[in-house]
Design a protein around this ligand. Structure first.
Ligand code: 6R9
Length: 645
């Protein structure tokens, strides 16, 4: 790994919210006296009734309970909108850039207020009440943000499902949290192609019925509307008032559910609540991106992922920022789109994922260098480890060696960024997420849970709670405790491996469980396996990740067919199509190997370690295979491996 160090440039330090001395001082206070520290910073948002209690958290596996600011009341939407009206009503809140470069729209805080109040009133008119779950399956259009904030305004709990998920995946998520209302659009538009959202929503609703489906008109494409259930958003909006009084919510009332993949079972409904989440999202947004009044900030994520929740909508809007929302893809109409948009809207802070950087890096520097990018001041990375080559390209070519890169490590579960440089405080090392944010106490443990000191490598845990932490798995608190607090007693287990160097910098090495990270999207190998075995010709499947130049990890599936079925190219295509249909395009296997047998122990456990090695094309050192029931299967697997250098 690279141990190049990039010191903090003097001009970055001079304007920054925190230099190194301030970081160290604030960090010390945050861990020595969490209640004092967060009691002070909790005031950064507006409370209807101020909190008197700050922290009430327990990681004891017999009684995991996480509460922050528990006796305070607030409204998240009022914090993101109403409180800014007086000072910045005419300032852009959202700049929306459409898929078509000719399409953009500026939404001021006043506009946002009107739109969100209207949406809230439409929800109320359709019987959505405080505490009800609303599933949102929308493309990256302003209505996605309006719908989220409208739910927050009336106290409904949103559950966003990424538009790339299949009808089955959508149905599973609607059913799990018992949503009665689904918000979708006629079609999405990405890279010039339409996505049949309403059609998918109809198919999902066959399996998981909803009372109301609210349909936003995006493309005007023909869709079927079911009488008594489906309504057009624009027609309903015309019937209601544009004023709405925000509901008074308790700090620990749920704000949203977001499904994410784990190593086993179906996706988990990660539950975040209102007060602590907003304090943490807004504070990290301000400090990590060194956000200053008037900055134009752009996070390229989709609101279907947690990054879109915390760093397109809630964090930036709570801070009164201008947040850019992009409907399209990085390569349409060409691989210079990101930089054209940066120039068009004079973006100062730009936050994207390593997979996008790697794919643009492959498209050639001229797409970047033909643009000015002089407005850029800071770059960010999230979603997976960034390899030093991609980091250097991002730094040298995109940022013209002027812009610090914040490599931010966090998870759906953490609500906000936990390990990251602060631009004015932290010398950078390409590939390292560097140091913990305020209030975050990371530790590295060995397999037995012993905390390791100094420069070391092991599994990453967090020793105490921070305000943005998830509170439970929706409807399954036992699963929450099992998944995160049972591996290492009294600690939050992240599922990631990491190294800590002699400077105390953290280097995340990737997942140590059966979760893979494909283009920054989390995928449980078990989910892909269960989709594969649902195909009538498949008897068994084992899925592992393998290194992929662009995606970070690719999906490698070993498939054993039913007796009498013959492997063929056609069947391979059929299986890929089948997984896309069952889960969505993001789960498409990159490589499928037909395997007459899988390496199993005598007790029938698949030895994934061996499958991972073969998928990596590094099978010289397979380790001990003597416990295998039939060691000969390994030779066949090696012989027919699909990923050859
Ligand atoms: C925010 C988000 C979480 C998993 C996480 C880790 C990986 C995210 C990273 C990173 C190395 C970074 N991850 N950021 N790995 N460096 N800067 O991505 O949430 O979709 O839940 O994924 O992503 O493995 O555990 P989520």
């Amino acid at each position: 790994m690279s141990d190049n160090v990039f010191p903090v440039p003097a001009e970055v330090a001079s304007r920054a919210l925190a230099d190194n001395a301030k970081y160290l001082e604030m960090y010390r206070k945050s861990v020595d006296d969490p209640a004092g520290f967060w009691g002070e910073h909790g005031k950064r948002i507006d409370w209807i009734k101020p909190f008197s209690k700050v922290k009430n958290t327990s990681y004891d596996p017999h009684n995991v309970s996480i509460k922050w600011f528990e006796d305070g009341t607030l409204n998240v939407s009022a914090n993101c909108i109403d409180r800014h009206l007086e000072t910045r009503g005419d300032q852009p809140a959202i700049i929306w850039e459409g898929d078509d470069p000719a399409d953009h729209k500026v939404i001021t805080y006043k506009d946002l207020h009107r739109e969100v109040c209207t949406f809230a009133n439409v929800l109320l008119a359709h019987g959505v009440k405080k505490g009800d779950r609303v599933t949102i399956y929308l493309p990256m259009i302003p209505e996605a943000a309006y719908a989220m904030l409208a739910c927050a305004r009336i106290g409904a709990v949103h559950s966003i499902v990424f538009g790339g998920f299949s009808p089955d995946s959508l149905a599973q998520r609607i059913a799990d949290c018992k949503s009665t209302c689904l918000i979708t659009a006629d079609e999405g538009l990405r890279g010039g192609r339409t996505v049949p959202l309403k059609l998918n929503a109809d198919r999902a609703a066959e399996k998981a019925p909803v009372d109301t489906m609210i349909v936003v008109k995006r493309t005007g494409g023909a869709v079927a509307m079911t009488g008594g259930r489906d309504v057009w958003y624009h027609e309903e909006a015309a019937k209601v008032s544009a004023e709405n009084t925000p509901a008074e919510m308790s700090a620990e009332d749920p704000l949203f559910i977001l499904y994410t993949s784990g190593s086993t079972g179906s996706p988990k409904g990660v539950l975040h609540t209102s007060g602590g989440y907003l304090v943490y999202a807004s504070m990290t947004h301000q400090y990590v991106f060194d956000y200053h009044e008037g900055d134009i900030y752009w996070c390229t994520a989709d609101v279907g992922w947690v990054t879109g929740h915390s760093y397109i909508v809630y964090g930036p809007l709570a801070n009164g920022a201008t947040t850019l929302m992009f409907e399209g893809i990085p390569t349409y109409p060409n691989a210079g789109r990101f930089w054209d948009v940066v120039d068009k809207h004079k973006v100062n802070i730009f936050y994207t994922a390593p997979t996008a950087i790697r794919s643009l890096m492959g498209a050639g520097d001229e797409h970047v260098t033909r643009t000015s990018r002089e407005s850029l001041r800071l770059l960010g990375s999230v979603g997976e480890p960034i390899n030093p080559e991609a980091w250097m390209w991002y730094y040298n070519v995109v940022g013209d060696k002027r812009c610090p890169i914040v490599d931010t490590w966090w998870q759906t579960e953490t609500g906000g960024i936990l390990i990251t440089p602060l631009p004015g405080a932290t010398p950078l090392k390409p590939g390292s997420a560097t140091r913990p944010f305020f209030g975050v106490q990371p530790a590295v443990v060995d397999a037995e849970g012993n905390i390791l000191d100094g420069a070391t490598e092991g599994n990453l845990v967090i020793l105490d709670s921070w305000p943005g932490q998830m509170r439970t798995v929706y409807g399954d608190h036992d699963r929450f405790v099992q998944t995160y607090f049972s591996t290492y007693k009294g600690m939050y287990f992240t599922g990631d491996g990491c190294r800590r160097d002699a400077d105390g910098y953290y280097w995340i090495t990737g997942r140590v469980d059966d979760v893979i990270n494909v283009s920054g999207h989390r995928m449980g190998t078990a989910e892909v396996e269960s989709a594969l075995v649902a195909h009538p010709k498949v008897s068994e499947a084992a899925v592992v990740g393998y290194p992929h130049d662009i995606k970070g990890q690719g999906i490698y599936a070993y498939v054993t067919l039913m007796a009498g079925e013959e492997p063929s190219e056609a069947l391979r295509k059929e299986l890929v199509a089948h997984v896309r249909k069952e889960i969505g395009p993001i789960a498409s296997p990159d490589l499928i190997q037909f395997a007459p047998g899988l390496p199993k122990t005598r007790s029938g456990k698949i030895m994934r370690r061996i499958l991972r090695k073969i998928a990596e094309d590094s099978f010289e050192n397979l380790g001990d295979t003597s416990t295998l029931a039939d060691p000969a299967v390994v030779d066949d697997l090696i012989e027919n491996r699909q990923n050859r250098a």
